[in-house]
Design a protein around this ligand. Sequence first.
Ligand SMILES: Nc1nc2c(c(=O)[nH]1)N[C@H]1C(S)=C(S)[C@@H](COP(=O)(O)OP(=O)(O)OC[C@H]3O[C@@H](n4cnc5c(=O)[nH]c(N)nc54)[C@H](O)[C@@H]3O)O[C@H]1N2
Ligand SMILES: Nc1nc2c(c(=O)[nH]1)N[C@H]1C(S)=C(S)[C@@H](COP(=O)(O)OP(=O)(O)OC[C@H]3O[C@@H](n4cnc5c(=O)[nH]c(N)nc54)[C@H](O)[C@@H]3O)O[C@H]1N2
Ligand SMILES: [Mo]
Length: 830
Amino acid sequence: MEDATDRIARPWGARVPYGRHETWPARVDTFLAEGVEPEAVQRWVQSASILHSDGDAMDIAVADGRMVGVRGRDVDRVNRGRLGPKDLFGWQANASRDRLTRPLVRRDGQLVETDWDTAMDLVAARSRELLDSRGPGSIGFYTSGQLFLEEYYTLAVLARAGIGTNHLDGNTRLCTSTAAEALKESFGCDGQPGSYDDFDHADVIALFGHNIAETQPVQWMRLLDRLEGADPPRLLCVDPRPTRVAEHAAVHLAPRSGTNVALLNALLHETIRHERIDRDFIDAHTVGFGELAARVADCTPKWAAEICDVPAARIEEAAELVGTAEALVSTVLQGVYQSHQATAAAVQVNNLHLIRGMLGRPGAGLLQMNGQPTAQNTRECGANGDLPGFRNWQNDAHVADLARVWNVEPETIPHFAPPTHAMQIFRYAEQGSLRMLWISGTNPAVSMPELPRIRSILSQERLFTVVQDLYLTETARLADVVLPAATWGEKTGALTNADRTVHLSRKAVEPPGEARPDLDIFLDYARRMDFRDKDGGPLIPWDGPESAFEAWKRCSAGRPCDYTGLSYAKLRDTSGIQWPCDDRAPEGTARLYTDGFGWAHPDVCESYGKDLETGASQEVVEYRSLNPDGRAMLKAAAYLPPHEEPDEEYPFQLTTGRTLYHFHTRTKTGRAPQLNDAAPDVWVEVSAGDAERLGLGEGDLVEVTSRRGSLRGRLRVTGIRTGLLFVPFHYGYWDTAGGSGPGPDTPGRAANETTVTDWDPASKQPLFKTAAAALTLVERGGGRPSPAPTTTASAPVTAGAAPPTSGGPAARTTEREPTEFPHGREEGAR
Ligand SMILES: Nc1nc2c(c(=O)[nH]1)N[C@H]1C(S)=C(S)[C@@H](COP(=O)(O)OP(=O)(O)OC[C@H]3O[C@@H](n4cnc5c(=O)[nH]c(N)nc54)[C@H](O)[C@@H]3O)O[C@H]1N2
Ligand SMILES: Nc1nc2c(c(=O)[nH]1)N[C@H]1C(S)=C(S)[C@@H](COP(=O)(O)OP(=O)(O)OC[C@H]3O[C@@H](n4cnc5c(=O)[nH]c(N)nc54)[C@H](O)[C@@H]3O)O[C@H]1N2
Ligand SMILES: [Mo]
């Protein structure tokens, strides 16, 4: 293995090939700040990544009370010591000089510094006033997929039982609400069936709308290592862009955006037609096969080819690949989730696995992926639109059980309607029934669709907005109160990744100034509000992360996400354990559904399901008659065209998404020099054919306009499908690197200036992947290339059209075999 690699230029590092059914060999990636020698590190503090959903385990290097680097944990089965570029360099943002260090309140239109007492008293006073005058429905909370489990659980209790509001959701609504919904629709309950270890055993891996190379780079390293080893897997990539995944795929389908259901129905059609199905599994474990078979009977590859604009022969090849796989792993992410038929499409992937019996054994795995690092916790703790512990809001016994855990009356917990989803919370704020919105760990003024609308909602006089963040973000600038939060590395908590692996992330350094952990802020608020249980005791008796974790364990007991077998000590001594972890499975559980689908039973299921076309919730009677014994449900769906199709005025399809080097609205990655320099500004991707037709070239400044708004960026000509534009959504109007920005009134560069307020009917996840747009030239590039990276799906179609992306000496990372680098598990060990 080589010693030092520029991990901006070579993001996935060196290969360590391994064969099928072997254990992925470890490789320890270490990055230390310039001038810091390994001997200077005084402590290594256990943690895991919070810049994607993999939970890559790492230790934070500390010297003189400061973070000075990071190192992957080789003992952890998730990443086996490896780290991606964001994790290697992103931690530097913690020490950025523009961190918020004191609370701010708005006085005479300006945000001014104040002390914690003043700020929190103001928040509590406004809450009480609103509770008295307008009731609990006037208060809402919009949280994150990036805090810790203990924080979400505390927030869920204080919002649902303390305030008594139904308006609590996370930005997970924009992210993985479809993952949750698709799992509920098929299996009755949230909970990832598969495990990352399935990648070691699969012979076919199918990725649907998932650019794993850029968004979960360490699992991509795993796939690359397998591709170079014995008996490599064959990949199916369904993505309209030339991602690295597409490059390595045996079959790449680049469909028109928004046509996933048509494509999947054709794959199901072929699977059934060729009898590549597992009859015994279908008979023993599922309901609905007849309806599914009837629904896809006419969905031939030829039919889908028309809709998706991919050759029918390619669809047949794809069908053969997934239909003849011995051990199939499928992953699904935003190319499916952020579209108008999100749940319907994601469910068809579940159906493919169910009719082929591809679940519950090594290599036969399904990953309805998460995106954010702690999205799973948002969902299981009930800070998403769910009740804690995957309890069913329509099941009175579940509500009563939750009331028992919290020692409140069942009526205290709102369950008259489904918990309000984020898009609806913003609608209530727009309409004026919601008067206070507390936003924690998310930046909706960049990440929500249709930003002109979001800005106008958040700047209303009548809406009292609290923003809890690390920086003065685009959203914080619109707030009435800004609370400075401590973050990863500055606080302790647990987090659960996309394959149910729970890690502990420990405090390594002190937060800057007066910044406080989110947990402390929520607890402080609960104290000021004096929330009580039914016996007059404190509603929230815990006072720190570990006691909050213990409280959560009691809430999770007996539910699918059972944490009762875990503890901080156990998580410290091991490195990542998959829930459920209880008496019966003290070491955790690699795969769900190894033995039937018990959580789909009507008495225990999290949801009675929804109509995939309208989103209407089904009643228990319907569910009982459909699925009396608790089996997996095969739910069919007809293809429906995208809501906004290109026309003369807006001739392009527009899709948005991510690049390898940045995380979301870049509050962290924009403050890490190596990452910022790798992709410093927005760009617009167009196909070579379209560029030629319009007489446009690399680096031209263009404007992308939709019915909602417009943005400007420099053009990158790539191998993207004809008729489609891609814009990364990372760039808000505030320039994180320079600390200043163009402001909201100058021509925008945020993708969401152009996106639409519209969502999937079942999951309520907004549509970021399909819109119609026009493309016009603003100014010639004059030889200046676009700032898009060359190492990714954004690579120019003409080699040499832009200088290769590199990080130079500042990005040098060591990659070592673990034996050369004795790994300390305990804090303080070298
Ligand atoms: N580098 C990086 N990694 C991240 C993040 C980040 O911001 N940066 N964020 C994390 C989070 S929260 C998330 S949710 C994940 C998201 O991870 P991904 O879902 O992998 O990322 P996206 O770029 O949003 O979308 C994936 C792909 O969908 C394709 N696509 C667009 N339209 C369609 C369509 O109609 N059908 C199909 N099949 N594909 C389509 C796009 O071309 C794109 O390549 O990444 C996580 N990891
Ligand atoms: N056009 C388009 N829009 C999209 C998407 C897309 O693909 N296209 N993807 C959507 C998806 S999947 C997602 S997940 C969202 C992400 O959207 P956001 O969640 O809005 O994006 P982030 O930049 O991650 O915002 C997190 C905020 O929390 C702050 N923060 C970080 N750590 C902490 C902490 O410990 N405590 C507190 N209090 N604050 C913290 C950060 O500084 C940052 O301001 O964007 C969505 N929007
Ligand atoms: Mo996400």
